[in-house]
Design a protein around this ligand. Structure first.
Ligand SMILES: NC(=O)c1ccc[n+]([C@@H]2O[C@H](COP(=O)([O-])OP(=O)(O)OC[C@H]3O[C@@H](n4cnc5c(N)ncnc54)[C@H](O)[C@@H]3O)[C@@H](O)[C@H]2O)c1
Length: 144
């Protein structure tokens, strides 16, 4: 993302309270003060907002507690924040837990991703120019 592009962006970062997401949020919020960043996280056992105490009050940062599987809520967030880009990191990511409870993995990682993709497609359908959707995931989702 170059500075000119970034400055007009309104970016939804999912899973921003997690391990990778909190570093991504902090980096982008500080590096692009004229862009807007919405951290969407359901604060599961893996999410910790204390990771982001140092940027919590930045004017270009908002936190929204939401489940990526909740299509109506996700659509509302896209509209309310006029989202122009997505960095999707929210996931069930602990492999041991995928063996103990595979249903929540499939729900979050597959249905949740589909929910975000569909909400983005609907929200951007009249103007796809410059819209970006990055999905950060893992081989359990992508395949080897
Ligand atoms: N950490 C690694 O070494 C690594 C390596 C390869 C790939 N990845 C992938 O990168 C992505 C992020 O990994 P991480 O280590 O930051 O994961 P993490 O488990 O630390 O964070 C995931 C975040 O997603 C949130 N979340 C979970 N379910 C949600 C839901 N239904 N709605 C909204 N938010 C939800 C959690 O609260 C948490 O904050 C994952 O897809 C993971 O598979 C991570």
């Amino acid at each position: 993302m170059n500075t000119a592009t970034a400055n007009c962006q309104r970016v939804l970062i999912t899973g921003g309270a997690g391990f990778i997401g909190s570093h991504v949020v902090r980096l982008l919020v500080r590096k692009y003060p004229d862009a807007h960043f919405v951290n969407l996280d359901n604060l599961t056992y893996a999410g910790n907002l204390a990771n982001l105490d140092d940027v919590a009050h930045e004017p270009n940062y908002r936190f929204v507690k939401a489940d990526i599987c909740d299509y109506a809520h996700i659509r509302q967030i896209f509209a309310e924040h006029r989202i122009t880009g997505v960095i999707h990191l929210a996931a069930e990511s602990h492999v041991d837990r995928s063996i103990a409870d595979p249903f929540i993995f499939a729900k979050t990682n597959v249905l949740g991703t589909l929910t975000l993709l569909q909400a983005a497609k609907e929200h951007w359908k009249d103007d796809m120019q410059g819209k970006l959707f990055y999905h950060v995931s893992t081989d359990e989702v992508y395949g080897s």
